[in-house]
Structures are given as structure tokens and as C-alpha cells.
Write a protein that binds this ligand. Structure first.
Ligand code: 3PG
Length: 307
């Protein structure tokens, strides 16, 4: 019997797990759950006889793939797949997929939760500012960026985007101003929201020089990945530019330093909350289960990321 393991250190909502089970039951597969695990050894043990694996930000490296002798497919229920060692997956003959767009609205809504919190001075009782008429910069314009742009218009914000991989025309078609470069985006915006993946090219690319271009009172908002930030550079900049704020849904490695040095100008969610809604869990979890069934039954590889 085909066995599907859902290994989620940060579990899906109950309704999402029930939906995944309906799909795997209908296909005649067995479903196993490994939730809130604390040790890698638990994952290594659970994956031993799994044919398919559904994960979130859970790390799938060569050791996990070595332990998963029957594994044919791993689906990251979400967008970013930097937690999967793609070369090792390919070497193990394992197809890796993501579920693009399925949790994008959830992340986009959190952007505004964090932004209102930020411009109202973390609700400390002092007068803050409004988002209306402020210029919001989106680095980049994928599924999350597009949803952020849609909501930003409702707030009456002016939206600019820069995306190295998306043509200017496509950005403008969505009613968003297209910046010519990252530098221009930071120079012209009051707030920059990061929506880039963690890749060798983007690693530590959000550095002192770039963020230093933000206008007076600027906010850097990160719902993407901690790896894209040059933490040392950002700390140095925040020391120099006491008008800037850093708000993030992904705790930096230097969280304690940020918190100590920049009270009132720094906020990090205790755990990544962007995709943590029942709707996003259902969308991404069920898409992952369907992609597994489609792959096993019909060989469909539409969302494969290790081609
Ligand atoms: C993603 O890449 O889809 C988001 O960062 C969500 O990650 P999570 O599943 O760990 O919440």
C-alpha cells in the first residue's frame, strides 16, 4: 500500500489534515502524521517506509533522503523550497514539488497586519502614521507580491515593484509602477516588502547599502526568508539610521541583538506566521496531496522543481 507521510514541525490546521486524508483515502493510500516533532531522528524514523512526503519548512536533506528508501516524491506544501536539497533529491531519484500560490493570500494579509502594527508604533500609545498615500515597494512580483499589491490598493497606497524575472509590462498591466532596479525601489519607497526566494543569488542581498536608500522613517518588512538579509549590515545601518524600522515574520539569527538594540523599531513574530491560516493550510495541503496522487497514478510532474 502506498504510504504518504505528512511531516510538519509546524502542523497544518485540523481541517487541512482531514482534507488531505480524504484525498489519500480515496486513492487507497495510507496516511501517517508526524507533527510537532522536535528531533531529526523522529523524521528519519517516520520516513523509512514512506512512498510520498508532504512537508512545510521541514528540512529534507541527503540524510533524510538516505533514510527514505521507498520515497518517490516530496511536496513542499508552500512556495519556497530552499529547505529541500534538490540535488540530493535528484540523486535519490525523488521528484520534488512545491504548491505555488496556494498560501500567497495568507502571507499577503499578514504583511498588512505587520505594517499597521509598525506604522502605529507597535501600539505603544503614541501617534503613528497611516498607510494611505504611502509608497509601498515590492521586491518581487510573484504570487505573494501580486496579492500584496491588490490589498495595498484598498489601503490607498501607491505601489511600485521590481522583479528581476518579471517583465516591466506584466507589472504595469497589474496597475503597479515598475522600478528599473532594486536601488530605485528602495530610493523611492517609504516601505519595502520582501517577496524574493532564498537562492545563492539573493542570499544576504538585502544589505546596508541597499536598505540605507530608504526614505526617512522607512520600514523594511520581511515575510520572505531570513537568509536574504545581511544581518550584520542591517544592524549597523539601524544603529546609524535611527529613523528606520525592521519588521519580520522570520526571526533573524541575531534576533536577541536586534531586540536589545532597537526597541520600538524592531519586531519579529515568535514563529513564522505568514502561511499559518486554515485557508492556506487547506489550499497548500490539499494541493500537495492531489499532486502526489496525480504523480503516482498518472506521472504528472507539473510543479516539479528539480527538473
Ligand atoms: C512558504 O514558502 O510557502 C512560506 O514561507 C510558508 O512556510 P511555512 O509552511 O513554514 O509556514
Amino acid at each position: 500500500m502506498t504510504k504518504v507521510l505528512v511531516a510538519t514541525e509546524k502542523p497544518f490546521s485540523k481541517v487541512a489534515v482531514e482534507g488531505i486524508k480524504e484525498i489519500t483515502d480515496a486513492a487507497g493510500y495510507e496516511l501517517q502524521l508526524l507533527e510537532k516533532y522536535t528531533e531529526k531522528s523522529q523524521l528519519l524514523e517516520a520516513v523509512a517506509d514512506a512512498d510520498a512526503l508532504i512537508i512545510r519548512s521541514d528540512k529534507v536533506d541527503a540524510e533524510v533522503l538516505d533514510a527514505a528508501k521507498n520515497l518517490k516524491i516530496v511536496v513542499r506544501a508552500g512556495a519556497g523550497y530552499d529547505n529541500i536539497d534538490l540535488a540530493a533529491a535528484t540523486a535519490h531519484n525523488v521528484v520534488a514539488m512545491n504548491t505555488p500560490g496556494q498560501n500567497a493570500n495568507s502571507v499577503a494579509e499578514l504583511v498588512f497586519g505587520l505594517l499597521v502594527y509598525g506604522v502605529r508604533n507597535f501600539f505603544n500609545g503614541t501617534s503613528g502614521t497611516e498607510l494611505k498615500d504611502k509608497r509601498l515597494g515590492l521586491l518581487a512580483f510573484g504570487n505573494v507580491g501580486r496579492n500584496v499589491a491588490r490589498i495595498a490598493k484598498g489601503f490607498g497606497m501607491e505601489v511600485t515593484a521590481y522583479d528581476a524575472f518579471c517583465p516591466k509590462e506584466a507589472i504595469e498591466q497589474a496597475g503597479v509602477k515598475a522600478a528599473e532596479s532594486q536601488d530605485e525601489l528602495f530610493e523611492t519607497c517609504d516601505i519595502v516588502s520582501l517577496h524574493i526566494p532564498a537562492t545563492p543569488e539573493t542570499r544576504q542581498s538585502i544589505n546596508r547599502q541597499l536598505v540605507g536608500k530608504l526614505k526617512k522613517g522607512g520600514i523594511l518588512l520581511n515575510t520572505a526568508r531570513k537568509e536574504v538579509i545581511d544581518e550584520e549590515g542591517l544592524i549597523a545601518l539601524l544603529q546609524e539610521r535611527t529613523d528606520l524600522k525592521y519588521i519580520t515574520d522570520i526571526k533573524p539569527d541575531a534576533d536577541a541583538t536586534f531586540a536589545e538594540l532597537f526597541p520600538g523599531r524592531y519586531f519579529a513574530t515568535p514563529k513564522k506566521m505568514g502561511a499559518q491560516t486554515a485557508e492556506a493550510n487547506v489550499n497548500a495541503g490539499l494541493a500537495a496531496a492531489r499532486q502526489i496522487v496525480d504523480f503516482i497514478e498518472k506521472g504528472v510532474t507539473r510543479f516539479q522543481v528539480n527538473k
